[in-house]
Design a protein around this ligand. Structure first.
Ligand code: 1DF
Ligand code: MN
Length: 348
């Protein structure tokens, strides 16, 4: 019996008008964040070339049930696992962020309930207010029945290894809900040489930012406190699979020199135990093969990165990837169903 090849895309962006309006205020305000470059191109778009050289992404973000569904049908994409697009609510003050995260989660849950086989969703939260965030996380999973969480890397320059964020990690672990650490531009203290030549975002800066974030988490020993915590990272692992041997070797040396805390497991072991990666925006069969070999076939998930990446090549890439049929089922949907608690299709 051959099973239908269900295609679940796991890093698919959307927004709501209220968050878009608040981001437009940020663009026009005094923030020194490197995110402003890209955010301006999306939310202060006035037609023509947005100075960012791209299409009008905002339309694609705000439209979920119209054009997006048609495009999914056209290319055989069964489901988008939606998440509020970067930088989410993390550039706002804590109160605004808390309020808008809850609103975005309500809207997301409505969409998922209207189309239970087409959309699932990752809930937002405001890390700047960790206790309120933990409450919203419980509501998002238990009441709204969302599928996990989205975090757009740093929050005002702070990273998840900071004990102030432990209520958030405790909530995620307790709810058995994965946190997808999605990129945003590098924090103010990291951004220096990333400001030129288009390096601020997906070309390079995003990987530097998220890679730095997850190396901090692994080296800090945070996974000794939260051994069952699951973290998802996109873009074929933000270069971590390629570097893991060296990170592991050098972390063990740093521990020997008392420059890093002693941890129960090695960095390489945390990477295999606590992480899954998606293929978003990397359509390179060699990178896929290498990533599968480093982290295991059960820990790699397919993604498009709609609307920032086109659907057709992402589907063509995974349809033709040099893997067995059983592996293709894992990559396209079985791993996503397991990690994000998406109900498998009933056998026909
Ligand atoms: C871009 C790429 C924008 C990704 C994104 O959200 C994003 C981009 C603002 O290329 O402009 O999520 N990405 O994940 O690679
Ligand atoms: Mn993305």
């Amino acid at each position: 019996m051959t099973q239908k090849l269900r295609r679940i895309a796991t890093e698919e962006a959307f927004s709501i008008p209220e968050v878009a309006a608040e981001l437009q205020k940020v663009v026009r305000g005094p923030s020194s964040s490197l995110d402003k470059l890209l955010v301006k191109g999306i939310y202060d778009y006035k037609g023509g070339d947005p100075g960012y050289g791209r299409m009008n992404f905002l339309e694609g973000l705000l439209d979920v049930e119209g054009h997006r569904l048609k495009e999914m049908d056209q290319y055989g994409v069964d489901m988008h696992l939606l998440s509020l697009t970067a930088p989410g609510v993390q550039m706002f003050d804590a109160d605004t962020a808390t309020e808008l995260a809850a609103l975005a989660n309500d809207r997301l849950a409505d969409i998922c309930h209207r189309h239970p086989t087409r959309f699932a969703g990752l809930a937002s939260f405001a890390p700047h207010s960790p206790k309120r965030a933990a409450k919203e996380m419980v509501r998002a999973i238990r009441t709204l029945k969302l599928n996990g969480f989205i975090l757009n890397s740093h929050t005002h320059g702070e990273y998840l290894d900071d004990p102030k964020f432990w209520p958030v990690l405790e909530a995620a672990e307790g709810l058995d809900a994965c946190i997808y650490i999605h990129p945003r531009a590098a924090s103010d203290t990291l951004k220096g040489p990333l400001q030129d030549y288009g390096m601020d975002s997906a070309m390079w800066g995003y990987g530097v930012e998220v890679g730095t974030h997850v190396v901090r988490m692994m080296a800090s020993g945070v996974f000794d406190h939260f051994p069952k915590l699951k973290i998802c990272i996109g873009h074929m692992g933000e270069a971590i699979p390629f570097w893991i041997w060296r990170i592991n070797f050098m972390n063990s040396r740093a521990q020997g020199l008392d420059r890093a805390p002693k941890t129960k497991l090695s960095v390489a072991e945390y990477f295999q135990r606590n992480f899954v990666v998606t293929t978003s925006g990397v359509e390179d069969p060699l990178a896929l093969d290498y990533t599968i070999k480093k982290i295991g076939i059960d820990n790699v998930l397919w993604a498009i990165d709609y609307p920032y990446q086109p659907t057709q090549p992402a589907v063509a890439f995974m349809d033709s990837a040099p893997v067995t049929d059983a592996q293709r089922h894992k990559l396209y949907h079985e791993n996503a169903e397991r990690i994000f608690h998406i109900e498998p299709l009933k056998p026909a």
